[in-house]
Design a protein around this ligand. Sequence first.
Ligand SMILES: [Cu+2]
Length: 100
Amino acid sequence: MKQFLLIILFSTLWVIQTVQARTVEIEVYGMTCAFCIDSLERKFGKMKTVSKVEISLKQKKIRLETDESMPSIEIIKQTVLDAGFTPVKVTIDGDESEHK
Ligand SMILES: [Cu+2]
């Protein structure tokens, strides 16, 4: 009986985690080559909550997959600035952020 309850508990936690995974898109100004992408990839890759980093030079966009405790928009923007680029727009789960 106890084991049964634990299974329910764990599967519930797993569902919550899956549901609350977030996708963050950042439009970035100033990326021009593979080295730009590399430095941004490394900076975002270091974040514990970020599970995946995809960067498109063509679209000038960074796409992050994070868990529910995603980094704040301020931290995301600061990370882009620290790497030497300008964050233009941050979009979370398809919702455009008002924080410009
Ligand atoms: Cu570059």
